[in-house]
Design a protein around this ligand. Structure first.
Ligand code: PDD
Length: 286
């Protein structure tokens, strides 16, 4: 079935949706994005994703395409038109189409491009990876220095994912100055002696919306959390490891660079946090 997607004010069948070849998103990766999960037809952590979108736009001095209320209405309309039960809504804002290629930003008369589409993922809350855990490799973090801005410059994370696949693993954890920054498309955690350790927020990592929720739930459940960088050696010696993201929720990591973590099976902390995250975010889904 062909999807109905949203482009600059119009709902169109996907084959009819187009963006100019002069769009700065296409020519210069001058664009930001958000991925919001949908469970049972409802949006998870919507306010958090909109707040981060506003921040990304602000950091890049990019115009807001429309109000938060309008964005919510578009998300809901896409869920309805595509009969989406479980999956994601991808949103991208670019600096628009100046009609030519130029490194300088266009003036304010050039309006941002806004694109949204759905991706159906039936049963996503019961993904096999939640039960089996995933394997990661470590690679150098060669991305730019403002990873807190959710830009569409995803070539290096894509290369990292391919390096992982070639090595028989599922994902890569990125390492800078001897410490893990994050996964290719997720935030990284280890657990040692019951204490949850994850890198502190800075320009070095994306400020995950799932991360914020999970750390809040962990604190409410009296779990100890330490926000600091950790090494691959620490991760290998940890009791367990996991990652968080909008689409993976909380997913256990059972192997790093070929070494089993803890028992080599998904750990109890990751399991509990996944349950709490899914329960609580379903309650507040809109
Ligand atoms: N990725 N770090 C990076 C580099 C990411 O790309 C993501 C999200 C996260 C987790 O953020 P959140 O919890 O807000 O999803 C951390 C999305 C899901 C993606 O690119 O598909």
């Amino acid at each position: 079935m062909s999807r109905i997607v949203y482009v600059n004010g119009q709902y169109l069948p996907e084959a009819e949706a187009t963006v100019s070849i002069f769009d700065r998103g296409f020519l210069m990766a001058d664009a930001v994005y958000e991925v919001t999960s949908v469970l049972d037809g409802k949006l998870l952590d919507f306010a958090g994703h909109q707040a981060r979108l506003a921040r990304s736009l602000n950091e890049l001095e990019m115009q807001r395409p429309c109000s938060d209320d309008e964005l919510l209405a578009i998300h809901r309309e896409l869920v309805t038109r595509n009969d989406l039960t479980d999956g994601m809504i991808y949103l991208q804002v670019t600096r628009g189409n100046p009609g030519d290629r130029d490194f300088a930003f266009p003036d304010a008369s050039v309006k941002p491009t806004l694109v949204l589409f759905t991706q159906s993922k039936p049963g996503m809350a019961d993904a096999p990876a939640a039960k089996t855990g995933i394997k990661v490799i470590s690679i150098d973090d060669l991305r730019w220095g403002r990873r807190d801005i959710k830009t569409v410059q995803l070539l290096y994370p894509s290369l990292g994912k391919m390096m992982a696949k070639k090595a028989g693993a599922d994902d890569a954890w990125l390492v800078e100055d001897g410490h893990v920054t994050e996964g290719t498309s997720n935030n990284a955690y280890i657990v040692k002696g019951g204490r949850i350790i994850t890198r502190n927020l800075s320009h070095d990592i994306l400020h995950g919306i799932t991360r914020a929720a999970v750390l809040r739930f962990a604190a409410e459940a009296q779990m100890e959390v330490e926000e600091r960088p950790f090494t691959i050696a620490e991760a290998k010696a940890a009791d367990e490891a996991f990652y968080t993201s909008a689409s993976g929720f909380v997913t256990p990591v059972v192997e790093i660079d070929g070494a089993a973590i803890g028992t080599g099976k998904p750990g109890a902390v990751a399991k509990r946090l996944r349950e709490i995250y899914l329960d609580e975010s379903r309650k507040t889904a809109i």
